[in-house]
Write a protein that binds this ligand. Sequence first.
Ligand code: 6PG
Length: 240
Amino acid sequence: MPPCRELEILDDAAAVAARAATLIAREVERARGAGLSLVLAGGTTPRAAYERLARAGLDWSGVAFYFGDERAVPAGHPDSNYRMAQETLFTPAGVAPGQVHRMAADGDDLEHAAREYERELPLHVDLLLLGVGEDAHTASLFPGSPAVLERDRRVLPVVGPKPPPRRLTIGAAVIEAARSTLVLATGAGKAAAMARALEGPLDPLALPIQLALGGHFLLDRGAAQKLGSGRSQEPERSKS
Ligand code: 6PG
């Protein structure tokens, strides 16, 4: 049994996107009127889920959007996580600009930008979305980086191995304080990282995604194929 709170193995990336959109939409609808702080993941995996959410006809008015990390590029750059979210979700869903707290990693002073964002970010975000790299990084917390062990600062400037290298990222304290966390991983390229993270010894410095083991993991069969007892053969759902 994996140590994460909940693990779902779904047929393919499209099924993961659909399930993620359903779970996120449920939180948005539950929070209607009360407000919801939603931290978006970057990279490519969440795109399809964001596109589905944009078409779901949800009332987004009570949602405050944040980012788990951002590359040190202008907001309109193809590598910008903000641009990806704007194209796939904010614009098509009609999200008002005032609801979006962009991580301004495109300035000259990333230290200052990190401290500014830390002031904007709620102490306990309601719903945190995370992706996973093939090296088991999450957000821009990369294996072996001292940033993974940082507990005092909640937003950090980092230089990582995944281009673009200069980034801002949430720290472990934000992940551990999140009220709910949803981790998305698809494709065989993530299989080794997921097997080590979910079934290997606890070592968050080597496997930063283990900081999110209190969360709900959504894997497709490709990303689950190295989990023990051939778990990826059948779609499944398990709670620890
Ligand atoms: C980033 C992401 C990063 C991402 C993983 C997976 O800015 O790069 O936040 O943590 O989630 O690298 O990326 P893919 O979804 O593209 O595989």
